[in-house]
Design a binder for this molecule. Sequence first.
Ligand SMILES: NC(=O)c1ccc[n+]([C@@H]2O[C@H](COP(=O)([O-])OP(=O)(O)OC[C@H]3O[C@@H](n4cnc5c(N)ncnc54)[C@H](OP(=O)(O)O)[C@@H]3O)[C@@H](O)[C@H]2O)c1
Length: 239
Amino acid sequence: MSAPRPLALVTGGAKGLGRDLCLQLAGAGYDLLVNYLSSESEAESLTAEIGGTGAVAWRHRADVADEAEVSRLFSTADATGRKLGLVVNNVGIYDPRPLRQIDGVGWERTIACNLNGAFHVCRAALSRLGRGGQIINLGVAGNQMNQAEGFATDYYISKAALLQLTRAMAAEYAADGVWLNMVSPGQLVNSIGEVGGAPGLVPMGRDGTFGDIWEAVRYLLAAKYVTGANIEVAGGYRL
Ligand SMILES: NC(=O)c1ccc[n+]([C@@H]2O[C@H](COP(=O)([O-])OP(=O)(O)OC[C@H]3O[C@@H](n4cnc5c(N)ncnc54)[C@H](OP(=O)(O)O)[C@@H]3O)[C@@H](O)[C@H]2O)c1
């Protein structure tokens, strides 16, 4: 009998980029724990699809902004009996508005999901990941320039802070053999919030694909001397 596969947890994994990463990771030899918030039926069909590939998948509804719910998410990870090998903090909410229209409620929700949520997930993950374990956080390319536009500032600040958190945790956990990195998409074809891409603004002349992001994730999974890095996968967008 072959050894059980390592477990990968992908937050916000039922749809969009997270869904694609789950399928790619299943193909790369992981069993999957798919976290979702509202996309119950999508999570259900995804776990069934992953099951059809020969991998095993579980799903768990949790709001990553809520530490107690994250704790229960990791109890589910423990109950799979698999060794946790990878966590992908894919959750990212994006509600683009000019800075002057961002109210306190919107600000707090963005920071709670994109930054605090990743913190709760990293903290729970770091107490479980052994040597060779990895965390990959999703950022956004060209963050400084985006921020300066005064548009979706809550989102860009959450991602800028997440990068700093990634670096700080990477420095602290390197000696434990656990690596944390960030992958930062530019404008994806299947854009967040379905607002559409901007291929005319990308020096390489096209929007990015989920496949482009997977190339960077796959690189990190194989890399032996990379931690605290931020890989911008953006075709030269907003350099
Ligand atoms: N797409 C782009 O062009 C682009 C560009 C730059 C960076 N990114 C980054 O890439 C990542 C994925 O983007 P995407 O376009 O695939 O996003 P998406 O389609 O909006 O998916 C994000 C998922 O996050 C989940 N989610 C939101 N808040 C949550 C919470 N509090 N707890 C648990 N799950 C939560 C949602 O789950 P439910 O559906 O279950 O509610 C949603 O399916 C994000 O971090 C984003 O910032 C994307």
